[in-house]
Design a binder for this molecule. Structure first.
Ligand code: ADP
Length: 726
């Protein structure tokens, strides 16, 4: 189908043609003929890179131009929200306004009312639904990207509930990888189904075993015995390779090992460009290894890296500068980084108690990354048989079908939070109404029978009544209590809220950072850093040292909670170091964690600290305790000691700048207000932009002359040998 033949506004076709697209891919054409342009729901289950995004763009813009209202685009990761946001911005020339929203779960975000396309993570949109902002009623279309995540244990329930809420209220376009039961999903959503294996680039699949590469069509190629030769061969052919491994440490190890071989294949300009790229990366133990690999044209990619580093790697790979990426499966989700050759080194991963096979669905998503449209005539996906029999791998992953999706609604943690929300935020009045809502879910559709879900729901309701989240009147009608309503809006697990409330009396008597951090770390909403076997004793000692500060008893050694508790102690100690201004690098080394781990626990702790304060406010708070908590929250957010609190309240002043100002003698905002611009610029990390921001904050106009002088001083500072060597 030609773009010209599309039954949509001319302006839409023009923009598509400007992207150089004249002809739609077959599954795209089929999708757009399914009735989706006339408002019918659609499940589109096709491989990665076969153009799902373009379909969703056409559907969204067509709808907005014809009917007005809003379209919401749901993504599974924050990084993807940014990527989609940038892509959709292009439509603003048609007067369509695009916004992205990911963080802050306690907000109505009324500002979003001004936008037409809203890109959001599923969790963010779920939290928005609970706050019911005025604009929600205008949502006419929901696009759910990567909808197969309905089957994911921790994230699935959220997506399922959003769709259950919106079903019948808005059009639904669900984008999915190929799954075993797409029909079932489509039936549930009362949607047309377009399913296809069509790919823009042909995909050749094979299994590698001790130097022999068995292709699915029976052909055999020979290579040196080690699988690394597959990656190096790709580079020799002028192509790129993507290697999937199952742990962060393997990703790092393989990257460094490969880089020594790949480096010989680089051109001089490439080596120079890579050196330049390397210099843009901050120094810490993780990036030290990254830099070593990067100089040889290889990078690793895993959740231990910061977002900025991951983006930098993805971009340089797309530009062809990085030749090989070794990655944990996080890269297989979403972000668009295709390569000529995909090598899957591991098909097993460690899951709590032992090694398990990675699902076919996931392996096929990794394989789907092979072949760069426009650059490659075909792509190659190769599974390495290390311990498994190559025949089995061929059977299971190459010829095999992806698994079916199963509803994860019954996952206890997600379920209790969703039941609470139904009662406190969505006006479910009694148990009968609750059951009839549950009947609309994928769970009910799939099982045909919700007796066991009903039983679970009953238990949750008892728990919620018993702990005063909700109440029931004489006619068995639910009543939302303030504690329940607030818990739901704060988007935390009721068990977290209960833990907080139970700890408040002790916290009031003995407010201290370690106790509060351990409390936060003990909730199901926090991701703790695992205390390793050989660390257990150290953290037990630490727990005894801090015993007076804790709001809980130290469990006995035999107690099943013992190891979990020590992980909480470790996490609390990291947070404590953070607010005592221990340098980040030292934290990574001491606790053997990556920067990504630190960011993750800081982000979660920030949100939980906020929730703790908000809940405390419901229970006749003591003013001094409240102030203490607020100060601690600010320290946590910025990673500073108490003495810097006043400084970090200023715009653009974070951990490092505040410390530098303080040490240079500018200890209060008044000190800064009185200071000479020239003296401020002497302080490390303080440039003219920051000073301008400060002046603006104080409501003082900076004289133009001072500004110019400041710029000159700054240039001079940059010009020194010292600055150059930095
Ligand atoms: P998916 O969302 O299915 O993973 P994308 O929508 O990101 O895939 O598409 C992958 C790439 O293919 C994008 O660069 C997109 O511009 C391009 N593309 C999509 N449709 C077409 C088409 N009909 N012709 C040529 N290129 C296309």
């Amino acid at each position: 189908m030609k773009v010209d033949e599309l039954p949509v506004d001319e302006r839409i076709k023009k923009i598509i043609r400007e992207r150089g697209i004249e002809e739609l891919y077959p599954p795209q054409a089929e999708a757009l003929k399914s009735g989706v342009l006339e408002g019918k729901n659609l499940v589109l289950a096709i491989p990665t890179a076969s153009g799902k995004t373009l379909v969703s763009e056409i559907v969204m813009i067509n709808k907005l131009l014809r009917e007005g209202g809003k379209a919401v685009y749901l993504v599974p990761l924050k990084a993807l929200a940014e990527e989609k946001y940038r892509e959709f911005k292009e439509w603003e020339s048609l007067g369509v306004r695009v916004a992205a929203t990911t963080g802050d779960y306690d907000s109505t975000d009324e500002w979003l009312g001004r936008y037409d396309i809203i890109v959001a993570t599923a969790e963010k949109f779920d939290s928005l639904l609970r706050h019911s902002p005025g604009w929600i009623k205008d949502v006419k279309l929901i696009v759910a990207d990567e909808v197969h995540l309905i089957g994911s244990y921790d994230r699935g329930a959220t997506l399922e509930m959003i769709l259950s809420h919106m079903l019948g209220r808005a059009q639904i376009l669900a984008l999915s990888a190929t799954v075993g039961n797409a029909e079932e999903l489509a039936e549930w959503l009362d949607a047309a189904l377009v399913m296809s294996d069509w790919r823009p680039v042909e995909l050749r699949k094979g299994v590698f075993h001790l130097g022999q590469l068995f292709w699915e069509d029976g052909k055999i190629d020979r290579y040196p015995e080690n699988w690394e030769s597959l990656a190096i061969d790709a580079v020799k052919k002028g192509k790129q390779a993507l290697v999937f491994v199952n742990t962060r440490r393997s990703a790092e190890k393989e990257a460094v090992s490969l880089s020594s071989k790949v480096s010989r294949l680089l051109t001089k300009p490439e080596t120079r460009q890579l050196e330049e790229l390397t210099s843009q990366i901050e120094d810490n133990p993780t990036t030290e290894k990254l830099k070593r690999a990067l100089r040889g044209g290889v990078a690793f990619h895993h959740a231990g890296l910061s977002r900025a580093e991951r983006t930098l790697i993805e971009d340089a790979f797309r530009d062809g500068l990085i030749k090989v990426i070794t990655a944990t499966p996080t890269l297989a989700v979403g972000v668009n980084t295709p390569a000529f050759r995909v090598i899957i080194r591991d098909t097993k991963r460690y899951a709590g108690f032992g090694w398990t096979d990675i699902p076919v669905l996931e392996i096929q998503q990794m394989m789907g990354r092979a072949g760069r449209p426009k650059y490659d005539r075909y792509g190659e996906a190769i599974i390495v048989a290390r311990t498994d029999d190559p025949k089995n791998l061929m059977e299971r992953y190459v010829h095999g079908k992806p698994e079916k999706l199963f509803s994860m609604l019954a996952n206890e943690q997600a379920f209790r939070s969703q039941i609470l929300a139904l009662i406190t935020n969505f006006g479910i009045l009694n148990f009968r109404e609750l059951v009839s809502f549950l009947e609309r879910t994928f769970y009910a559709h799939q099982r045909g029978d919700i007796a066991s879900l009903e039983y679970k729901a009953k238990n949750v309701v008892y728990f919620l009544i018993e702990n005063e989240f909700i109440d029931m009147d004489v006619e068995d009608r639910f009543m939302a209590l303030p504690f329940g309503r607030r818990t739901s809006q704060l988007y935390i697990d009721p068990v977290t809220a209960k833990k907080f409330r139970d700890a408040f009396p002790m916290l009031e008597k003995n407010p201290n950072p370690f106790g509060i951090f351990q409390l936060i770390a003990s909730t199901p909403d926090m991701a703790t850093l695992t205390a390793r076997k050989r660390e257990l004793e150290d953290y037990l000692d630490l727990a005894y040292e801090f015993e007076e500060k804790l709001y809980t008893n130290i469990p006995y050694y035999e107690d099943s909670r013992f190891q979990g508790f020590l992980s909480q102690v470790k996490t609390a100690k990291v947070l404590l170091d953070w607010i005592n201004e221990v340098p980040e690098t030292r934290i990574y080394e001491t606790y053997n964690i990556d920067p990504g781990d630190l960011y993750r626990i800081l982000e979660l702790a920030d949100w939980l600290m906020y929730a703790l304060i908000e809940l405390y406010r419901l229970f006749e708070p003591k003013e001094d305790v409240l102030n203490y908590l607020r100060d601690l929250h600010l320290r946590l957010r910025h990673g500073v000691r108490e003495e810097l609190l006043e400084l970090v309240r200023l715009p653009n002043i974070g951990r490092k700048r505040a410390r530098a100002l303080y040490n240079a003698g500018f200890r209060t905002p008044e000190d800064i207000m009185r200071a000479k611009v020239k003296d401020l610029l002497e302080v490390e990390g303080i440039g003219i932009k920051v000073v301008e921001g400060l002046f603006k904050h104080f409501g003082v106009e900076m004289p133009g002359k001072v500004k110019d002088a400041g710029k000159k001083a700054e240039r001079k500072k940059k010009g020194t040998l010292d600055a150059f060597l930095k």
